[in-house]
Ligand binder design. Structure first.
Ligand code: APR
Length: 232
């Protein structure tokens, strides 16, 4: 018999215990930086140096952190389930933990792409991207990140995956940012939905959700152990 499909939507909260700041918690990244100055196409036009530096700092930090118990628990879930992770995170901690199916909605910190041709995407060697680094066609490279105001190209794939879930788990996202927050609307009625988050998540649009009000490390492990006891 084929395995049941578990779809997991993750946000910054799953990487918090690895030491990466979330965005909207107090002291989070958007307390310290102005979104419009570092994470929009206009910012890139106005002050490329600042944008490059912002993502260089994030990337540098990513080389200093490790996956945590939350990431590893999702790997363990693959023993019995077909696990598909849809992450809003631009870190690679799910992959480094060993998850096999990871879709990045908002891009990937360790990749850069051409400003002339969005299909020219490259793995950056090391943490530093520099002004003057160019693609094979000679155009400036930019971070491979979906900025505010830009389309989210992976949304149709993520919606498709969400619509075929047998179990849906949401971990560590404030569900403030669309279209990601709307993916749960594609989940079939009657599908069990869980939210693991120690904070108050806006979930009025999600029917019959079971809240696990814990940090990702402990909360995910508990739920995974519970699901592994059932038939996968
Ligand atoms: N474990 C689980 N959840 C946690 C933890 C933890 N240890 N610590 C904090 N959280 C929760 C917070 O309670 C909050 O609900 O993580 C969530 C983080 O929310 P945001 O900072 O808004 O991050 P996210 O939802 O991922 O942001 C979405 O916004 O800025 C953009 O593109 C960026 O992908 C990002 C998107």
């Amino acid at each position: 018999m084929s395995k049941k499909k578990v779809v997991v939507l993750t946000g910054a909260g799953i990487s918090a215990e690895s030491g990466i700041s979330t965005f909207r918690d107090s002291g989070g990244l958007w307390d310290r930086y102005d979104i419009s100055e570092v994470a929009t196409p206009e910012a890139w036009e106005r002050n490329m140096d600042l944008v490059i530096d912002f993502y260089n700092q994030r990337r540098k930090q990513l080389y200093e952190v490790e996956p945590n118990a939350g990431h590893y628990a999702l790997v363990k879930l693959e023993e019995k389930y077909d696990v598909h992770i849809i992450t809003q995170n631009v870190d690679d901690l799910h992959e480094r933990a060993g998850s096999s199916k990871v879709l990045h909605l908002h891009g990937e910190l360790k990749k850069v792409r051409s400003t002339a041709d969005e299909n020219l995407v490259y793995e950056l060697k090391g943490w530093e991207m520099k002004k003057g680094d160019t693609c094979e066609k000679g155009s400036q490279l930019r971070p491979h990140i979906v900025w505010f105001g830009e389309p989210v190209p992976m949304i149709p794939n993520a919606a498709e995956i969400s619509s075929t879930a047998d179990i849906y788990i949401i971990i560590g996202t404030s569900l403030n940012v669309y279209p990601a927050a709307g993916l749960v609307n594609y989940v079939k009625p009657g599908t069990p939905i869980y939210i693991i988050d120690p904070g108050d998540v806006f979930a009025a649009h999600i029917p019959d959700v079971r809240f696990i009000k814990e940090k990702a490390g402990t909360g995910t492990l508990k739920l995974v152990e519970e699901l592994l006891k059932k038939d996968g």
